[in-house]
Design a protein around this ligand. Structure first.
Ligand code: URP
Ligand code: ZN
Ligand code: ZN
Length: 460
C-alpha cells in the first residue's frame, strides 16, 4: 500500500516545513515539495499540522494493583491512545516478589499478545533484586529488547526496593547497557504519614495529598541522583511533580550528570485543590499527588530549560466502582487516573496554543525524546526517510470539549470533564496504515506490534 500526504505542515523536534510525505508499506519513503509519486491513496493535509506518532512511555494497562486491575486493557488502552495521537506506549511489567523476571514477562505477554491495537513495548519493574534476578538482566537487554528497569522507592510492603537492592541493580544494568527508571518518593516517610492520618481517623482523599508532601519526592530524587552518579548508571525519574525534586535534578546537572526527567500532563495542568472536593477527589488520587500552582510553573519552566525531557501520562485508570474501594479510607483508593487519550491534545492546547512551549518542543517531549531515551529512535519519534510511518494529522484550530461521553478509555468518568481544548487529532497512521480517521478506529486488535528496543546510554 502506498499513500501520499500532500501539503501538510510537518513538525519534528527540529524542523517545520510544508511538504509532501510518501509512504510505502510500513515506512516513509520520501519527503519533499510536489513529489512526483503516484500513490494508491492521496490525503490532502492542507492547513493541518503533521506530527510524528506520539510515544507515551508511562502507561499501566491491565495492571494488577492495590487489589484490583487498571481498567484499560491492551485493546481499549491502545485504541484510546490512537484516538489521541499516541501510536506507541511503553507499559510496565511488575515482577512478583519471590518470582523471576521471566515469569512476569510471560504473564504480561499473555495479556498483550494479539490484543494491542497500537504499538507497545515494556519496561521491567524489578521489585525483588537478588542473585537470580541479577542473572536475568543481560538476557532482557540483549534478547528481549527490554532495556529499561523500573524501580519503586515507595509502595512499602508491595513494590518498594531498598537502597541496597537499588545499588546492586544499578551496577548490573549499567554493565549490560540499560537504564534505571524510578518512582522517586520516600516510601518509609509516606508509610509513616499514612498510618498517622489513619490513626487520627483522617480518611478523606485530602490526606492522600498530605501523606506525600513535596519533601518525600525531593529527598528521594536527590538520593536516586546520588546513587546513579556513584554507579554511573543511566537514570530516568518518572512522573516528577514538584519544585523540590526538580531542583535536586538541577543540582545533579552541576556535576555534569545526565539525569533524565519525565513529568506527566496532569502535573502541568491540574493542582491539589481538586482534593478538597471530598470523595470526588478520589478521581485524582495518584502517586505522587497533584501539587501546587507554583510546581506547575516550575515544570513548564523545566521543559523550556531542557531539564524535563518527556511529558507522559502515567495512565492508570480505575472505574468509579473501583475508586469506591477507598471510600472510607484514602489509603485503599486505587492510585491512578485516566489520561492516555488526552496527552497530545491537552499539551497542545495548554502548552502550544497558550504560548508556553514551541511546536518543536511539543514534538520533542511527546515523541522524539521518548524514542531517543528508550532506544526506538529513529524508527519511532520522528518523520524521516526510513522511519515507521507513524503520523498524526492535527487541526490546530478545531475546538472541542473533553468528556466521558466521547472518550474511548474504559472508564466511567473523565478527569478532565468539560475541559475546552483547541486542536484536534483528525487522522492517525500507524506503520503506514490509516488507524484513525473521521473519529473511527480503522484497525483491529492484534495490529499492535511489540517493539524491541536498543541499548540506551542515558544521553540524548
Ligand atoms: O498513582 C499512580 N501513579 N499509579 C500507578 C503506579 C505508579 O506509581 O506509577
Ligand atoms: Zn509511580
Ligand atoms: Zn506509573
Amino acid at each position: 500500500m502506498s499513500i501520499l500526504i500532500k501539503n501538510g505542515r510537518i513538525i519534528t523536534a527540529d524542523a517545520d516545513c510544508i511538504a509532501d510525505i510518501v509512504i510505502e508499506g510500513e515506512t516513509i519513503r520520501a519527503i519533499g515539495k510536489d513529489l512526483p509519486f503516484n500513490a494508491e491513496e492521496i490525503i490532502d493535509a492542507s492547513g493541518m499540522l503533521i506530527f510524528p506518532g506520539g510515544i507515551d512511555p508511562h502507561v499501566h494497562l491491565d495492571m494488577p494493583f492495590m487489589g484490583t486491575y487498571s481498567s484499560d486493557n491492551y485493546e481499549t488502552g491502545t485504541r484510546a491512545a490512537l484516538f489521541g495521537g499516541t501510536t506507541t506506549v511503553i507499559d510496565f511489567i511488575l515482577q512478583k516478589q519471590g518470582a523471576s523476571l521471566q515469569n512476569a514477562l510471560d504473564e504480561w505477554r499473555s495479556r498483550a499478545n494479539g490484543n494491542a491495537i497500537g504499538d507497545y513495548s515494556f519496561h521491567m519493574a524489578v521489585t525483588d533484586f537478588n542473585e537470580n534476578t541479577k542473572k536475568e538482566i543481560q538476557h532482557f537487554i540483549e534478547e528481549e529488547g527490554i532495556t529499561s528497569f523500573k524501580t519503586f522507592m515507595a509502595y512499602k510492603g508491595a513494590l518498594m526496593i531498598d537502597d541496597r537492592q537499588m545499588i546492586g541493580l544499578m551496577e548490573e544494568v549499567k554493565k549490560q547497557g540499560g537504564m534505571i527508571t524510578v518512582h522517586a518518593t520516600n516510601g518509609d516517610m509516606i508509610d509513616y504519614l499514612v498510618q498517622k492520618y489513619r490513626e487520627e481517623k483522617k480518611f478523606s482523599p485530602w490526606y492522600h495529598y498530605l501523606s506525600q508532601p513535596e519533601v518525600t519526592e525531593a529527598e528521594a530524587s536527590e538520593r536516586f541522583a546520588d546513587m546513579a552518579h556513584y554507579t554511573g548508571c543511566p537514570g530516568y525519574i518518572v512522573h516528577l511533580t514538584c519544585e523540590g525534586a526538580l531542583n535536586a535534578v538541577r543540582n545533579a546537572t552541576r556535576r555534569n550528570q545526565n539525569l533524565l526527567v519525565e513529568t506527566c500532563i496532569q502535573y502541568l495542568v491540574l493542582d491539589a485543590s481538586l482534593y478538597e472536593k471530598n470523595f470526588e477527589g478520589a478521581k485524582w488520587v495518584m502517586s505522587p499527588p497533584l501539587r501546587e500552582k507554583k510546581d506547575r510553573e516550575t515544570l513548564w519552566a523545566g521543559i523550556n530549560q531542557g531539564i524535563v525531557k518527556v511529558v507522559a501520562t502515567d495512565h492508570c485508570p480505575f472505574k468509579w466502582e473501583q475508586k469506591l474501594m477507598g471510600k472510607d479510607d484514602f489509603s485503599k483508593i486505587p492510585n491512578g487516573h485516566p489520561a492516555i487519550e488526552h496527552r497530545m491534545e491537552l499539551l497542545y492546547s495548554e502548552g502550544v496554543h497558550k504560548g508556553k512551549i514551541s511546536l518543536n518542543k511539543y514534538v520533542e517531549v511527546t515523541c522524539t525524546n521518548p524514542a531517543k531515551i528508550f532506544g526506538m529512535f529513529p524508527r519511532k519519534g520522528t518523520i524521516g526517510i526510513g522511519s515507521d510511518a507513524d503520523l498524526v494529522i492535527f487541526d490546530p484550530h478545531e475546538k472541542h470539549t473533553i468528556s466521558v461521553s466521547t472518550h474511548h478509555m474504559n472508564v466511567d468518568y473523565s478527569a478532565y470533564e468539560g475541559w475546552e481544548v483547541t486542536g484536534k487529532v483528525k487522522a492517525v497512521l500507524l506503520r503506514g496504515e490509516v488507524a484513525i480517521d473521521n473519529n473511527e478506529c480503522k484497525i483491529e486488535k492484534g495490529f499492535g506490534k511489540f517493539i524491541k528496543r536498543n541499548k540506551v546510554s542515558g544521553k540524548i
